[in-house]
Structures are given as structure tokens and as C-alpha cells.
Design a protein around this ligand. Structure first.
Ligand SMILES: [Zn+2]
Length: 286
């Protein structure tokens, strides 16, 4: 439910984004989605965990069709039960997550589609989906191995990870965890997001969001304050984050600064971003 609500708090598509997305949906023959795009709604694409390589990245016999990563361009790509996806298929997301595009190679040449999406992965802690470890019916090391199916290099590219609690009696996520205490509607949250995006666009000029800014430029020209950068350096030294993790944490810290109206991320934003980057899943696969 949280993933489905995400497009509703994102800014409406800009005109250039509408044109890009419309081109993809035209090639894909997705008429409904085309209408959504002209209304400015960001795509939400949720392929089943049995998704094939071709369905995810594009391909097919005859005319090459864009895959889910391109249908989700400028929107949200949601994969539920991510560890159930066939080995190697999720890894195909790594390149578009870095470059914002995907190359589909065929015997008569290569087709390039845009593929810049917000990825949401969801997973139970184990295959049986028990809310509490004590209720787990999985044998031996199955539970321990389950989340390891999500590779370190893939998780290294995920900015935020959140562990949700489950109510032991109902098996559902408690409403308090899903609804902010202020009772804000999606529209109100969206206004804050639009304001924060506005700050980032004004700062970067060349890039549409914090997520698009290259790491080296960010570290050199727009670091966090001295204490924040010292904290990141220390986490890098002890191996809590990778070099890629430093860049990703810094981008999230900038987003937090933009949301709070601060001129530069400080220690508290860096700490919050680090917490979200490292909390739910141990990236060493332990
Ligand atoms: Zn289990």
C-alpha cells in the first residue's frame, strides 16, 4: 500500500518527462498509461516476482518492446517478494539504477530505452512470511539465507531500507506505523515534496533531483558540513558504508535538508540518512 501511494506524493510530470514517458508507452502500446501521462500522473509499475528478463528490461520476438523498467520511467517500479525473483533477474536493475537507461541487445542491433525509476523492493523476512521469528515454520537455515538472495551490489544501490513491525494477532502492519501522527494527506505531503524539489532544482540547475547529481561533483562542491563529512569518512574507514554508499547517503541528506529548509546538510541529516541506508538489511549479507 505504501508503494502504491508513492506516485501520489511525487511532483506531477514535467512537460519533458511527459514527452519521454509518452514515447515509451506509445512503443509499448499502453494506451491507458498514455492517458495517465498526459494528465501528469507518474507511472506505477508492479511486475510479479515471476517476471522474466525480457519483461523486466525489454525485448520479445519481432519488434522490441520496452520492459517494466522503461514503462516505469519517471515513476515507480515496485517489486513485491523481491527474493522470489529468479536468480540474476534483479541484478539487471543495477545498470539502469546507475545510468537511467537500458540497452536491449538483439542480433540486428541494440535498442536503448530510458529507464529512470524509483525502485521499491519489498520482502518478508523468510519464505513462510511469519510475523515473528518464533512463529517461523521454515527449516534450518532457510530463514537466514532468504534475504541473502538480494545481492550486496544491488542493496548497495538502495538508498533507504525500513523494517516494518507486524501486529502478532492480526499479522498486519500496525496503522500507527503507516499513518504519520500529524495526519497529513498525500496532497499535503506532496506540497512539501514539491517545495523541497524546487529547492534542489534551484541549486543544481543542470539536474532535476538530488538523485541525479554525480557523486564526485556532490562531494567536491556540495558536501555536508565539516562534522557531517567527518562522520561519513569515519563510516567509510571502518567499512560501514562503501564509496557508493557515501554518495547515496549524501544525496539523501541533501533531500532531508531540502525538506527542512536547511541550507546544507549537517550531522543530524547525515546520521538520519546513514540510519536509513544501513538499518534494515545488513549489506555484508550477514
Ligand atoms: Zn519462515
Amino acid at each position: 500500500m505504501l508503494a502504491e501511494r508513492l506516485p501520489g506524493i511525487l511532483p506531477p510530470l514535467r512537460e519533458d518527462e511527459q514527452l519521454e514517458s509518452a514515447a515509451v508507452h506509445s512503443v509499448a502500446g499502453a494506451r491507458d498509461r498514455l492517458e495517465q501521462v498526459w494528465r501528469g500522473e507518474r507511472p506505477f509499475v508492479a511486475p510479479h516476482h515471476s517476471v522474466t528478463r525480457a519483461a523486466l528490461t525489454g525485448g520479445g520476438s519481432g519488434r522490441i518492446r520496452p520492459g517494466a523498467v522503461s514503462i516505469a520511467h519517471n515513476g515507480v517500479l515496485f517489486i513485491d517478494e523481491a527474493p522470489e525473483v529468479a536468480a540474476g533477474v534483479l541484478e539487471l536493475l543495477r545498470t539502469p539504477m546507475e545510468t537511467g537507461r537500458i540497452d536491449v541487445a538483439r542480433h540486428h542491433g541494440t535498442v536503448r530505452f530510458p529507464a529512470r525509476f524509483q525502485l521499491v523492493l519489498a520482502s518478508n523476512p523468510c519464505p513462510c512470511g511469519a510475523a515473528e521469528p518464533v512463529d517461523c515454520r521454515c527449516r534450518g537455515g532457510v530463514r537466514d539465507r532468504y534475504l541473502h538472495r538480494l545481492s550486496g551490489p544491488l542493496l548497495d544501490r538502495v538508498d533507504l531500507s525500513v523494517r516494518t513491525r507486524t501486529d502478532p494477532t492480526s499479522g498486519l502492519v500496525p496503522a500507527d506505523d503507516l499513518v504519520s501522527t500529524s495526519g497529513e494527506s498525500s496532497a499535503e505531503v506532496r506540497d512539501r515534496v514539491i517545495e523541497a524539489r524546487g529547492r534542489s532544482v534551484h541549486r543544481w540547475k543542470r539536474w532535476a533531483s538530488n538523485a541525479s547529481v554525480p557523486g564526485p561533483f556532490l562531494r567536491r562542491e556540495y558536501p555536508a558540513d565539516d562534522a557531517g563529512m567527518a562522520l561519513l569518512q569515519e563510516k567509510l574507514r571502518v567499512g560501514t558504508v562503501s564509496h557508493r554508499g557515501v554518495d547515496r547517503t549524501l544525496r539523501v541528506a541533501w533531500t532531508m535538508a531540502d525538506l527542512s529548509g536547511s541550507a546544507q546538510p549537517g550531522t543530524s541529516q547525515v546520521m538520519d540518512a546513514l540510519e536509513l541506508y544501513t538499518s534494515a538489511v545488513d549489506r555484508d549479507g550477514v
